[in-house]
Design a protein. Structure first.
Length: 488
């Protein structure tokens, strides 16, 4: 637990580390950093610091450790779980200036990059070598690789090529004491404990990432997309399992329901059938012969699964347009509702029809529309609950609805998160996902890296006390007081 911090001496000592224009501490300068993409939660930090050198980050963290000042690291702020929510009694450490691609090795198929490099920028930089970086979150035009590692982000092509953890080899982090550590290695494996997997998805709670070595893949010879329309959401869900059980692993297998289809089509004009109850986008890649063979098989499976329409992208431009509609689904839905609450849970594929039906039933019960957009192939759901925060009580009902979706995911053998992290949004549902002994181990790991609990406090791992109170404690209107943060 931290004590109240005297702001003036802290700013004075930070000015010994950074130039004045790299320290923000006036209220009007702090507001752009008060939340991440999950804007239901807002908090102002004491100050924001924007270093551009590793030595500066080390000095900042040493100072914060000495003064017991909480630190929240931030990338592009595109996160959707409140993971980059600032601490009102601490500093927000922005890594926005760490945006250099340090090295590209086309022979070893790796690139060393700083954490502020945008996800898409990596693929753009290595395209001339016939290479690309596989994980492609919908926000890849803006999200950064450091944030991707912190949340273990996925994307539409992660069914075949894996999440962030499967596509990095090494990271450099700085501990709260200012020590620079290299985790992982240049080879495909490294001796000792798999600390790389531990750090990936740790949400800034164990260290601050300052460099990432990513794996690059050779662009496939051929890639083709099939769009299938269904008159029933459950049929579309069943078709997903039918494709996988046939031994075919698509590069991407995505689903959108009617509301999401209509929103995306109005926004992007991707050529989606707006009268469909659901569509599947199935991408197959590999050699020309392999793709041609699988296209025929998948067509047959989709038709046998009840598809009312099956279309193959006629050229590369249409393939990209199909994906553009899917990747624009979140902002598209934002055009049709004052607010939406983006959920993120993962389930076994076999339970997809049941879970979709239950979400529809809950939507009627709470009288809140839901647009379903998700990575159907790996069971990663993104129901978007539409609401209006200006209506009294509607945010609270939305959060309650979202919590039931997450608890449903656990009930069927899944997880409360697939790629967005836990952050603040899902911290209560961690009490449903894990038992007391498991949570105790999580806290022990946290303490091993950060014994004072200064790195991103109050996120991801609930205290046992909080779990005991789960159901009685309430976060009103997404506003967290300093005492509430201090309890975690």
């Amino acid at each position: 637990m931290t004590t109240s911090i005297d702001k003036a001496p802290l700013i004075s000592r930070l000015q010994n580390i950074l130039p004045a224009d790299s320290i923000l501490h006036q209220a009007e300068d702090l507001h752009p950093y008060e939340c991440d993409g999950l804007s239901a939660y807002r908090n102002l930090p004491l100050a924001v610091v924007l270093p551009n050198e590793i030595k500066q980050v080390q000095a900042i963290l040493k100072l914060c450790s000495e003064l017991n000042v909480p630190v929240v690291a931030r990338g592009a702020g595109t996160g959707l779980s409140g993971g980059a929510l600032p601490h009102s009694n601490g500093i927000l450490l922005s890594l926005a200036k760490f945006k250099q691609i340090i090295e590209i090795d086309p022979v070893e198929c790796i690139a060393r990059v700083q954490p502020g490099v945008r996800n898409l920028a990596i693929s753009e930089a290595v395209e001339k070598y016939g290479l690309y970086y596989a994980p492609d979150p919908s926000s890849q035009i803006a999200c950064t690789i450091g944030g991707n590692v912190a949340e273990n982000s996925g994307g539409v092509h992660c069914l075949k090529y894996g999440l962030t953890i499967h596509n990095i080899q090494q990271i450099k982090i700085i501990t709260i004491e200012g020590e620079l550590l290299t985790i992982g290695g240049c080879g495909l494996d490294s001796p000792g404990y798999d600390l790389l997997a531990l750090m990936t998805g740790s949400e800034g709670m164990l260290g601050v990432i300052v460099e990432v070595t990513v794996k690059l893949l050779v662009k496939p010879e051929s890639a083709q997309v099939i769009l299938a329309a269904f008159d029933d959401l459950i049929k579309a869900g069943s078709a997903v399992g039918n494709i996988i059980s046939a031994g075919i692993i698509p590069a991407g297998l995505e689903m959108m329901d009617k509301l999401a289809i209509q929103a995306a089509e109005d926004f992007v004009h991707a050529g989606y059938p707006t009268d469909a109850a659901a569509i599947l986008l199935c991408e197959l890649d590999g050699s020309e012969a392999e793709v041609s063979e699988h296209i025929i098989k998948v067509q047959n499976i989709l038709q046998q699964s009840g598809a009312t329409q099956v279309r193959i992208a006629k050229d590369e431009a249409e393939r990209l347009t199909f994906w553009k509609g899917r990747k624009a689904a979140f902002p598209a839905v934002g055009r049709i509702s004052p607010d939406y609450y983006c959920m993120d849970g993962t389930i076994p594929r076999k339970h997809l029809p049941r879970v979709l039906k239950t979400i529809a039933d809950l939507s009627e019960e709470y009288n809140l529309p839901v647009a379903n957009v998700f990575h159907a192939g790996d069971g990663n759901l993104h129901p978007l609950i539409l609401y209006d925060a200006n209506k009294p009580g509607e945010l609270e009902r939305t959060e309650e609805f979202g919590g039931k979706i997450l608890e449903l995911c656990v009930e069927v053998g899944g997880s409360i998160t697939g790629e967005h992290g836990v952050g603040m949004e899902k911290i209560n549902q961690m009490c449903v996902q894990f038992e007391a002994l498991e949570l105790t181990q999580f806290h022990a790991i946290k303490k091993a890296f950060d014994k004072k609990g200064l790195l991103n406090p109050g996120k991801a791992i609930p205290t046992l006390h909080r779990c005991a109170e789960f159901g009685a404690m309430h976060v009103h209107h997404g506003e967290l007081s300093h005492p509430e943060l201090e309890r975690f």
